[in-house]
Design a protein around this ligand. Structure first.
Ligand code: NAD
Ligand code: ZN
Ligand code: ZN
Length: 352
């Protein structure tokens, strides 16, 4: 089969021929129907190098995946060949307390995971290929009626990650409050939809690109602001001087982190989602009183089930640009050059 492989750090991926995967006992091979192109893959190609992560190339890219069950290993029950499924992407040990709750993103025994703190497309072979090996049937979530693998793929990361972040701040988003999303790209446009579908907060989107701001307004954002030195002040002005109750920074550079802290309300939440490499100095007077600052990594399997339910009911609608597998490199190029709006999804094979 063909697979888009990252062969070494600081390199572009290449489409090569590799053997079809075969499931061992307990494992499942899926035929991939959609694999999202995440900005994190650009960080893998450009920013990371040996020693930073507990795993490394070579591996097949693609960590937001959905498809159809293709082959079942011995002993797998509860799944049928041809059934549409989403892959829960963070693969933990499967037996620690966190994994048993489905929070494999925060596995406490990563040494006993298939790869420490990674998964398919992050150290192990991912979904930018015709077939993908999933090491345990528990990592597959059947798709509800009305969802196909192309639409489901970005839900497993581009929606699941902001859903996890928004969900933990739900208590701070009653009517009358404001949430800010900095970076209205693949994750950000879905963060806006998630805020609109699950809270009563007003939503302000911030981006550097006019087309991303237009998309944000189409997704239901109440306001869309260009990203510059004046943005935090504009957010304060738009909130009667109070600031935003919740800020999701889906970029994570020095400039956006400073903006997030300056735009936050006392007692607010600032969540760092983007892996832009920035830092935020924190001292008693540098952030509003009692602001909680947090990072976040991906989401849990129960949350993925909730996200799929929202999408199956039409409350989440990923804005998708499809690419065939032979044009996967183009998808990343367009993402990198800021030409894409929404999410690029690579489609290695279609239904039937
Ligand atoms: P994307 O490229 O689709 O979107 C990023 C958006 O940010 C773009 O619209 C871009 O125009 C905008 N942007 C860039 N600089 C900006 C600035 N200074 N101010 C405002 N907007 C700006 O990327 P994506 O796939 O949505 O990923 C976003 C980030 O989230 C990446 O760093 C990615 O690695 C990270 N990520 C984190 C997790 C996690 O678990 N924490 C999961 C997935 C992705
Ligand atoms: Zn990702
Ligand atoms: Zn675990």
């Amino acid at each position: 089969m063909r697979a888009l492989r990252l062969r070494e750090w600081k390199s572009d991926p290449v489409l090569v021929e590799v053997p079809d995967p075969e499931p061992r006992p307990g494992q499942v091979v899926i035929r991939v129907g959609g694999a999202g192109a995440c900005h994190s893959d650009l960080h893998l190609m450009r920013d990371f190098e040996g020693g930073l992560l507990p795993w490394g190339p070579p591996f097949t890219l693609g960590h937001e995946n959905a498809g159809w069950v293709h082959a079942l290993g011995d002993g797998v029950t509860g799944l049928e060949t041809g059934q549409p499924v989403a892959v829960h992407g963070p693969w933990g040990c499967g037996t620690c307390a966190r994994c048993r709750l489905g929070a494999e993103n925060y596995c406490e025994d990563p040494a006993n995971a298939p790869v420490p703190s990674g998964g398919g497309g992050l150290g192990l072979d991912g979904g930018m290929a015709e077939y993908m090996l999933v090491p345990d049937a528990r990592l597959l979530v059947p798709l509800p009626d009305g969802l196909d693998p192309v639409a489901a793929a970005p839900l497993t990361d581009a929606a699941l990650t902001p859903y996890h972040a928004v969900r933990r701040s739900w208590g701070k988003l009653p009517p009358g409050t404001t949430a800010v999303v900095i970076g209205a790209g693949g994750l950000g446009h879905l963060a806006i939809q998630i805020l609109k579908a699950t809270t009563a907060a007003s939503v302000i989107a911030v981006d550097t690109r006019p087309e991303a701001l237009e998309l944000a307004l189409r997704e239901g954002a109440d306001a869309a602001l260009p990203s510059d030195e004046g943005t935090a002040a504009s957010i304060r002005a738009a909130t009667g001087g109070r600031g935003a109750d919740v800020v999701l920074d889906v970029v994570g550079t020095d400039a956006t982190l400073a903006m997030a802290a300056a735009a936050a309300r006392t007692l607010g939440d600032v969540t760092i989602v983007g892996i832009g490499g920035g830092t935020l100095p924190v001292s008693f007077f540098s952030v509003p009183y009692e602001v909680s600052l947090q990072t976040t990594y991906w989401g849990t399997r129960p949350e993925l089930i909730e996200v799929l339910d929202l999408a199956a009911r039409g409350l989440l609608r990923p804005d998708i640009v499809e690419f065939p597998l032979e044009r996967a490199v183009d998808a990343y190029r367009q993402l990198e050059s800021g030409k894409l709006t929404g999410r690029a999804v690579v489609v290695p094979s279609s239904a039937g």
